[in-house]
Each structure stands twice: as C-alpha cells, then as structure tokens.
Design a protein around this ligand. Sequence first.
Ligand code: FES
Length: 195
Amino acid sequence: MNGLYSDTVMEHFTNPRNALLEDEASFGADARGLTGNIKCGDQMLMLLKIKDDVITDVRWKTYGCASAIASTSMLSETIKGMKIEDAYKVKPEDLVAKLGGLPSFKIHCSVLGDKALRSAIDEYLEKTGRKGMLKEESSVICHCLGITDKDIEEAFHNGARDWEALQQATKIGTVCGSCKEKADEYLHGLEHIYS
Ligand code: FES
C-alpha cells in the first residue's frame, strides 16, 4: 500500500498498459468511444480493434487522475481477447477489486473507461448493422454525462442513498446540474422499492 493507493494501482498508474502513444489514425481502430467532459478534466477515449466480434487490441487516452488511469489500464488488459458481449458486461467494481480497491471518493473515476468501452462497442454494432443489440433499455437522466436510470440503480445497489453519494459514484450533475431534481426523485423511488 502506498498512502491512498494499493501497489497494483500504483503499478498500473506508473506503467499503464495499452495507453495510446501513437496518433489515433495510425492505430487504425475499428471502433471508437468517447465519454466524459473535457471541462471537468476527465475525458476518456477508447479505441478497439475487433475481429469476428473479439477484441484483438485496445488503446485508450484520458485526462483523468491516477485512479482513472489505473482502472482503464486494468480494463484494457481485461478485455483484450474477450468477445464484445462479455466486454460489455465488465463492471467498474470488477476492476476496482482487481486493483486491490480504490479510496471511496475515487470510485467514480473508474466508471469512465467502462462507459467509453460500451460506447465504442455500441458504435461497432451500429456500423455492422446491429444497432443497440447489447444496450439495455434505459433512459438518460443526466444528458451532459450520459448517465442513465440504470447507472443510478447500480449506484443505489452499491450503497448510494443521497445526492452526494450518487455524485461520488457517477459524477452525475457535475456539468450543468439541471438533472439533480430528476435524479433525486429517481433515487427516492428506488428507496421505496427496495427498502
Ligand atoms: S444534465 Fe446532468 S450535469 Fe447537466
């Protein structure tokens, strides 16, 4: 353990796997996903090479923090050689566990890579005539960051019970903030259903 971070986090942070060092065009990706907001300083780009629906290579680039870098590095190793439908199901919690944990206020940084990955796979499915094949039915609550009711539900199941905890888990509302009322309502609804 090195202060806040596990040795595995530090190792991935100082030696990130599959980071994009070449320019994007020379990697020649089959699919591209971009998520986050540059204004918040945490944009994430994910590039995939895919053959017969298997991810054969991956590159990523982020302006995020140590946690975002380490978790995306771990994600990139995890998904190489995976079928796209299995990669689509990889959850930030799986990566956090593989990293030996992250400080709770840093968990939200690990969701960016996973979102960029799913957006790249969605783009690939659309290009190959299978638009939305893996997408769960969900509706977007925070339009600035593409956060859906499913994301809120997942955060709820991981312990988020109020707006602050929901923001920690998802970064919801950190751009224009206009989604707060709707998100709060949805969160309270979940408490009624599950409590
Ligand atoms: S709609 Fe959620 S921050 Fe703008």
